[in-house]
Design a protein around this ligand. Structure first.
Ligand code: 5AD
Length: 450
């Protein structure tokens, strides 16, 4: 059977989609190639959220086409995911070496389409159609069976799409409108993962706080999302629950209260704020004010004082004045995020912001981005440093990415901790003393290892 290599760009949802496609192909007898150099099928799972991400994948495909085709003309080349969805047939027209384009609602058809191509039934396949029920098709996982590689953590997709229509964002066009899986279906997937050794699940969606709004609805003052978290929380053997990404307007009191009530729900939240200026938030169509955002943070810190908070911020959104930008800086100083992803505003096809008249010059975007990043890093490093001398509990995930001789895990508040342990610690909850900290990583003292 052929071998496949999937390269993933973008968010955790894309990582998860790639994993599910890989699992689907492995079930059909494909092997996973260690690199593109030896693969019979090379798939790029793409991101459209910023232009740079699209350019990266496009450039990669161009070089693959040039290199691979020269030596191995039969290799199948394909695009999947968001850029496949938004550009479709155009990708094959522009890059004729591309054989396959699979949109965001068609991942589950990957094996069928490859079979069509290998059998010579079709030479090119492009499918970016909508498909009813596609939100429930991403469920297979690859969890290697032996103790050395067994996954301790897993991502679980709970919904697809987003109806928020922030004016900068391409996601409603690439992922479609919100569709949620059932609680029973998601809980069954989580139970299966736990029975295979997983200790921590991260519930994934483009706007998880809108989970099940239409399909399930609120009950006893609890949103469908909180009902889902409760159902997952009941799974015996599961130690930790995380989720990403929520929307600030979805942080109702029911969710804040859930942090206090459900011990498996880790005290960590990635809450994208985008800007500290009410004028910008309005123009972005975010649906909350700076004050509302700060109130959510205060409430969360009241329930869980040690909660780890991260965010996304866009620098240089159209119309952003010096004053607006200053307000973002002041919000970052006020909230003191543990970390923030700072993005340079990027014009996206068909989004309302792309047509706004007051576009900011690239030079100014770069300048504001650098300034914001400097501040975020300064605060993040100080917050990391504050862990030195403290005891934390980590879930040990496996060898450290930087240094395979060491192990790493994450605190409940989502900080990575590297320590000298052994493989028997994998999958265990361990209490460690933090010895030192670098910019965003903590180093644990092995002395008090149990
Ligand atoms: N330009 C820059 N950043 C963007 N994001 C989404 N769309 C854009 C854009 N057009 C950022 C937002 C979002 C994160 C996933 O990507 O901050 O939260």
């Amino acid at each position: 059977m052929p071998s496949v290599f999937i390269k993933t760009y973008g968010c955790q949802m894309n990582e998860r989609d790639s994993e599910a496609v890989a699992a689907q192909l492995v079930a059909k007898g494909y092997t996973l190639a260690a690199s593109e150099a030896t693969a019979d099928v090379i798939l790029l799972n793409t991101c459209s959220v910023r232009d740079a991400a699209e350019q990266k994948a496009y450039g990669k495909m161009q070089s693959l086409a040039a290199e691979v085709r020269r030596h191995r003309p039969n290799v199948v080349l394909g695009f999947m995911g968001c850029m496949a969805q938004s550009r479709g047939q155009e990708l094959i027209d522009k890059l004729p070496d591309v054989d396959l384009v699979i949109g965001t609602q068609k991942f589950h058809r990957a094996a069928d389409y490859l079979e069509d191509i290998f059998a010579g039934r079709r030479s090119k396949v492009c499918d970016t159609d909508e498909e009813k029920g596609s939100e429930a098709t991403i469920r297979e996982h690859i969890l290697a069976g032996n103790a050395q590689t067994k996954s301790v953590t897993a991502f679980v997709s709970i919904m697809q799409g987003c109806n928020q229509h922030c004016t900068f964002c391409i996601v409603p066009y690439t992922r479609g409108s919100e569709r949620s899986r059932t609680i029973a279906d998601i809980a069954a997937e989580c139970r299966d993962l736990v029975s295979r050794g997983v200790k921590e699940v991260t519930l994934l969606g483009q706007i998880v706080t809108s989970y099940g709004k239409r399909e399930i609805g609120a009950r006893d003052g609890k949103s469908a999302f909180v009902q889902l978290v409760e159902a997952v929380h009941e799974i015996e053997g599961l130690e930790r629950i995380r989720f990403t990404s929520p929307h600030p307007k979805g942080y109702g009191d029911d969710l804040v209260e859930a942090y206090g009530r459900l011990p498996k729900l880790c005290e960590s939240a990635h809450i994208p704020v985008q800007s500290g200026s009410d004028r910008m938030l309005k123009s972005m169509h975010r649906g909350y004010t700076r004050e509302r955002f700060v109130t959510i943070v205060e409430k969360l810190r009241r329930v869980r004082p040690k909660i780890g908070l991260t965010t996304d911020i866009i620098a240089g959104f159209p119309g952003e004045t010096e004053d607006d930008f200053e307000q973002t800086l002041s919000l970052v100083r006020e909230v003191r995020f543990d970390n923030a992803f700072v993005f340079k505003y990027s014009k996206r096809k068909d989004t309302p912001a792309a047509a706004m008249p007051e576009q900011i010059s690239q030079a100014l975007i770069e300048e504001r981005h650098a300034k914001l990043l400097g501040l975020v890093n300064e605060i993040g490093a100080a917050k990391c440093q504050a862990f030195v001398g403290q005891c934390v509990q980590i879930l040990v995930e496996g060898p450290s990415r930087r240094n395979l001789a060491r192990l790493e895990g994450r605190t409940r508040c989502n900080k990575i901790v590297v320590f000298e342990g052994s493989d028997r610690h994998r999958g265990k909850l361990l209490d460690l003393k933090i010895e030192r900290a670098s910019l965003f990583t903590l180093y644990g003292d092995p002395a008090i290892l149990q």
